[in-house]
Design a protein. Structure first.
Length: 151
């Protein structure tokens, strides 16, 4: 899994898995929305945890699956910047009667400086999960780039 970054859009490659198998996907985030295509259907949303099929594809939320991707996340420390990689795992539960997922679980792991820092499982809140990781880093540490609001 890798990522490419441009001025206004981030593109991350990863994997989608469900009962029918796995496939490589591309996640595109422009700061407002996240978009991906899964088995020919386009999904978009204000966050990864809120991806829905476009109206032409039924409009239902993504459910009953797992998304995995990595993205570069440099960490600024007192002695300089270290390149880090943020591994992301989003588990979306089965659909309820209204089509919404029964649960959305997000787990982030930052690999940096030979160590791994884990967020634990959060309810799909990217900022909360990043905050948990940041609190494990040395005092004064910060992420060298802002992650998209849409993540």
């Amino acid at each position: 899994m890798s990522s490419e970054v441009s001025d206004s859009t981030d593109v991350w490659t990863g994997w989608y898995r469900d009962r029918r198998g796995a496939e490589a996907i591309v996640l595109t985030a422009d700061g407002r929305t996240v978009t991906t295509r899964i088995r020919g259907a386009e999904y978009t949303g204000g966050s990864l945890a809120a991806l829905r099929a476009t109206d032409g594809n039924g409009g239902l939320p993504l459910a009953g699956c797992v998304l995995e991707w990595d993205l570069p996340l440099p960490v600024v420390l007192d002695h300089g910047t270290q390149q880090g990689t943020l591994s992301c795992l989003l588990s979306i539960g089965e659909a309820l009667s209204d089509g919404s997922p029964e649960r959305v679980d997000l787990q982030l792991t930052l690999h940096c400086g030979g160590a791994a820092y884990e967020s634990g499982v959060t309810a799909g809140d990217f900022e909360q999960a990043l905050g948990r990781i940041l609190r494990q880093l040395p005092p004064g540490a910060r992420f060298a780039r802002g992650l998209l609001e849409a993540a």
